[in-house]
Design a binder for this molecule. Structure first.
Ligand code: DX5
Ligand code: ZN
Length: 222
């Protein structure tokens, strides 16, 4: 199922509750929360306190994207704060199979994230135990960057790998998603489309979510 996942990284934090409600009215299927630590990526953002606050204003699944070193130390706290889904970077974890299993044991849906420079084979052995693979289409750390088009071939290859093995993992794409590229990402096999600046950077985030969702659904209706 195609879902738009607005990333609150680009939201107005003074109005966070209202902004989340707005994208919910616009048809958002997930709320994407970018957790950054200033180590794994050169930026510091939010943690369990914000997840817990967002949990109180929406019933949508909270899609928590951990861009942090040593995520094993924090997944328990992130889960208790109200995360529905937790993705960890294959580049940040030493024992990825163990971490993903632990996320599921905490009652959350596990996902594995891949930087643009990391090949798809890095997740081959865990595809059967994840609920989703998050394909980064920018280098993680900041909102508002341009889409790296090589991510499209990567999505295609991953889709092929998942389907040929009869697996159920979903593909999420994150970074630089705009009205102009969302259809192609869906055609290649992405189902969950993260969008930060193309939703919250707009005058009307509710309407921007609606438009992006309609656009993302086009490949399925023609
Ligand atoms: C980037 C984050 C993204 C970011 C996307 O490191 O993981 O989720 O919010 O923002 P846009 O859609 O503006 O590229
Ligand atoms: Zn993200």
């Amino acid at each position: 199922m195609i879902e738009i996942a607005p990333s609150i990284l680009s939201a107005d934090f003074a109005e966070l509750g209202a902004q989340v409600k707005a994208v919910e009215r616009g048809g958002a299927g997930l709320i994407h929360i970018d957790v950054m630590d200033g180590h794994f990526v050169p930026n510091i953002t939010m943690g369990p306190l914000v997840i817990e606050a967002v949990r109180r204003v929406t019933s949508l699944p909270l899609d928590c994207h951990l861009m942090i070193a040593d995520p094993d130390r924090y997944i328990g706290e992130i889960a208790r704060a109200g995360a529905t889904m937790i993705s960890v970077h294959s580049e940040a974890v030493r024992h990825i199979h163990r971490t993903l299993t632990a996320i599921r044991e905490l009652g959350c849906r596990p996902g594995v994230a891949l930087n643009p420079g990391t090949p798809v084979v890095a997740v081959e052995e865990v595809l059967s135990i994840v609920d989703y693979v998050l394909v980064m289409s920018v280098n993680p750390g900041f909102g508002g960057q341009s889409f790296i088009s090589a991510a499209l071939d990567k999505i295609s290859r991953l889709r092929g790998m998942i389907d040929s093995r009869g697996l159920k993992a979903h593909i999420e794409v994150d970074g630089g998603i705009v009205l102009q590229n969302v259809c192609e990402a869906v055609r290649r096999g992405a189902e969950w489309l993260v969008a930060g600046s193309s939703v919250f950077g707009k005058e009307d985030p509710e309407e921007a979510t609606r438009q992006l969702r309609l656009k993302a659904l086009e490949p399925l209706t023609v």
